[in-house]
Design a protein around this ligand. Structure first.
Ligand code: AMP
Ligand code: GLY
Length: 422
């Protein structure tokens, strides 16, 4: 079978590695992929949002199955276009991807169907938003409506910060049209959990839970990033909480999307906060999370291609989705300066024995050398029978990898271990 994967980050690398475990897979094409993915797939220089070119490539290359992984092509309707051209696909159509593409859509959906989330107000006038933040309880949370490369959320501790965030979105148009409308919502507290779930619009099969580490600095300090590491499973997510989330959040969300005439097929990502008043939704994503996927998929024992095909064919109920009982840890190595400005083009020294443990997110190949090419460069993942061992092994492997200006957090998994081991 010929498989096409749209995207070019660590998440896509993890997906591709897992897909290749299926013996019927002959070729995987990554569009555009990256210099590290090139050792596992044929990288084609077509951008993830160049939908016309993606469809043309898929048709002329007689692709048997396509996986559209990042948020923007999903929101732009890449799956619709591929399916309409006769290519079976994993991923939601545009009318369902809106669950991530518009925070206002997601909040209104949750309100209408009684799915627990933070209380909120929607604004399309800056004057009204500014007036509202003068009396809103602090901290308060300001979110641009549309996609904003993960940077559209501000947790404002002061009114000054809140005013600044409103102006950045609505006056300075920092997120373009994504910030024309904003959500201002209640600040929630509690441990955060990421749950990725396969759903074919009828059945929901949650994957093992995980914990992202979003801030750049140790002990969750400094600005938000795309994610500096992840562990799975998340020890805060007990079987009782999992059962409650399935009943109060996952199944109602899938049913709500059906009721709206927007059946969701693909990977639905639930960003949850376990508040003293029960689990609440912080955000939905219409796709696998990154770096969560780099920690979660190595624990998947079932065949990923089979599960993805069942998801798109609507037969997930009859398909086993089994995870190992072990634990995993993924530590991201980034370029110093990320998430702000950073230099790239430094050679990555990666022992061959470790390539199976590494998913590459930002690198280019030049003259056979792998060079840093992004803010997040790679993730090192270890799977062990306990989380403590997985953390130790991930850092031991990481110590054998080097490049100039490398930065990584030294405390990935610490919060989870402290909680588990007290
Ligand atoms: P998002 O871009 O939606 O993932 O949000 C980024 C981060 O902002 C989340 O992971 C949370 O840590 C934080 N956040 C978002 N919404 C809230 C909220 N209502 N209360 C507290 N923190 C929040
Ligand atoms: N790790 C968070 C995300 O993928 O959105």
């Amino acid at each position: 079978m010929k498989i096409l994967v749209v995207g070019g980050g660590g998440r896509e690398h993890a997906i591709i590695r897992k897909l290749k475990e299926n013996a019927s897979v002959t070729t995987v094409y990554a569009l555009p992929g990256n210099g590290g993915i090139a050792s596992d797939a044929v990288c084609i220089p077509i951008g993830a949002c160049e939908i016309d070119r993606i469809v043309e490539f898929a048709v002329t290359s007689k692709i048997d199955f396509a996986v559209v992984s990042p948020d923007d092509p999903l929101v732009l309707g890449c799956v619709d276009r591929l399916e309409d051209a006769g290519i079976p696909c994993f991923g939601p159509r545009a009318n369902a991807a809106v669950i991530e593409g518009s925070k206002i859509f997601a909040k209104d959906l949750m309100k209408k169907y009684g799915i627990p989330t933070a209380a909120y107000e929607v604004f399309d006038s800056m004057e009204q938003a500014l007036a509202y933040v003068e009396t809103a309880p602090l901290p308060t949370v300001i979110k641009a409506d549309g996609l904003a490369l993960g940077k559209g959320v501000t947790v404002a501790m002061t009114r000054e910060e809140a005013r600044g965030a409103v102006r950045e979105a609505m006056q300075d148009k920092k997120f373009g049209s994504s910030g024309e409308r904003i959500v201002i919502e209640e600040f929630l507290e509690g441990p955060e959990v990421s749950v990725l779930a396969f759903t074919d619009g009828k059945t929901v099969k949650p994957m093992v839970s995980s914990m992202d580490h979003k801030r750049i600095g140790e002990n969750d300090s400094g600005p938000n990033t795309g994610g500096m590491g992840a562990i799975a499973p998340n020890p805060f997510y007990t079987p009782e909480i999992a059962e409650r989330c399935l009943r109060e959040i996952f199944l109602p969300t899938v049913a709500a999307m059906n009721a709206e005439g927007r059946p969701f097929r693909g990977c639905l990502y639930f960003g949850l906060m376990l508040t003293p008043n029960g689990p609440k939704v912080i955000e939905y994503n219409c796709r696998f999370g990154d770096p969560e996927t780099q920690a979660v998929l190595p624990l998947l024992e079932s065949d990923l291609l089979t599960v993805m095909q069942a998801t798109s064919a609507g037969t997930l109920a009859d398909t086993e989705v089994r995870f190992s009982t072990g634990a995993s840890c993924c530590v991201v190595m980034a370029s110093k300066g990320y998430p702000r400005s950073y230099e790239k083009g430094f050679e990555i020294h990666l022992p061959t024995a470790l390539t199976d443990s590494v998913f590459v997110s930002g690198a280019t190949l030049r003259d056979g050398k792998l060079l840093t090419g992004g803010g997040r460069v790679l993730g090192v993942t270890a799977v062990e029978d306990t989380l403590r061992k997985a953390v130790l092994t991930a850092y031991r492997k990481l110590s054998e990898i080097s490049f100039q200006n490398a930065y990584y957090r030294k405390d990935i998994g610490k919060k989870a271990l402290t909680y588990t081991e007290v």
